[in-house]
Design a protein around this ligand. Structure first.
Ligand SMILES: Nc1ncnc2c1ncn2[C@@H]1O[C@H](COP(=O)(O)OP(=O)(O)OP(=O)(O)O)[C@@H](O)[C@H]1O
Ligand SMILES: Cc1ncc(CO)c(N)n1
Length: 235
């Protein structure tokens, strides 16, 4: 049987913690086929963002057309859209699908990933057609505290499930990708949201003692409780 197809429309993170890398590995972990439309290349690591190079609009549109026409994804997940033109493009092409919008405006490191014009385009075009919108507190403020039933503010885990870790770079991307994956498998929104929370908490727990990079390290995307015997040095 075919897996559900989900497409992420997002930027790359050279450090491999957030963006399309996080999205595609999360899709793989949750049994969906992931397609990707790259909107921007970022030079980024665990300590911050050094450079952002938006992909030309025509190339973004061509990637999206190719995926929509050939693979017919059941769900779409958006991350860093980089320009207001791309925000409008996604709103016009993807409104008829399950649409999870993670309004990436600020990185964990504090770097600004969305301009004032991008914020306006989200408010006017994309938020009204999304199935779920997952801003963190800062993004919720930046969007003008939208009061709509499809807005699910992410708050870094509740008291009962909160994992104490500084390896949280990429949690927002992983969370929204998990949410899109569960929706693509056909579960309702409340169940998908609860499962996405649990998935991220488990991933954060798995990577809590990692010491990758000098800043806020990556959350684990693929959950591997024990390494397969074929990996690593012989015992
Ligand atoms: N420390 C934590 N313990 C448990 N769950 C967490 C923790 N941090 C985040 N989560 C889960 O991940 C979701 C997204 O987290 P958060 O809002 O911090 O992401 P974000 O700020 O968008 O991240 P990023 O900018 O790195 O992508 C939360 O709703 C929660 O379910
Ligand atoms: C490319 C990219 N997308 C999303 C985020 C949000 O954490 C990030 N830091 N980088």
């Amino acid at each position: 049987m075919n897996p559900p197809v989900v497409v992420t429309i997002a930027g790359s993170d050279s450090g491999g913690a957030a963006g399309i890398g996080a999205d595609l590995t999360t899709f793989a972990a949750l049994g969906v086929h992931g397609a990707c439309v790259v909107t921007a290349v970022t030079a980024q690591d665990t300590t911050g963002v050094r450079a952002i190079h938006p992909v030309p609009f025509d190339v973004v549109a061509a990637q999206l057309d190719a995926v929509l026409e050939d693979l017919d994804p059941v769900a779409v997940k958006t991350g860093m859209l980089a320009t207001p033109e791309v925000v409008r493009l996604v709103a016009s092409r993807c409104a008829d699908r399950l649409l999870v919008v993670d309004p990436v405006l600020v990185a964990t490191s504090g770097a600004v990933l969305g301009s004032v014009e991008v914020v306006s385009a989200y408010r006017e075009h994309l938020l009204p057609v999304a199935t779920v919108v997952t801003p963190n507190e800062d993004e919720f403020e930046a969007l003008g505290r939208p009061d709509a039933a499809n807005v699910l503010v992410t708050r870094g885990g509740d008291v009962a499930t909160r994992v104490a870790t500084s390896n949280d770079h990429g949690t927002g991307c992983t969370h929204s990708s998990a949410l899109a994956s569960y929706l693509a498998h056909g579960v309702d929104r409340a169940t998908a949201a609860a499962r996405a929370d649990a998935f991220v908490a488990r991933q954060l727990h798995h990577s809590k003692d990692w010491t990758l990079g000098r800043g806020r390290g990556p959350v684990a995307h693929l959950f591997v409780p024990t390494s397969p015997p074929t990996l690593g040095a012989p015992a």
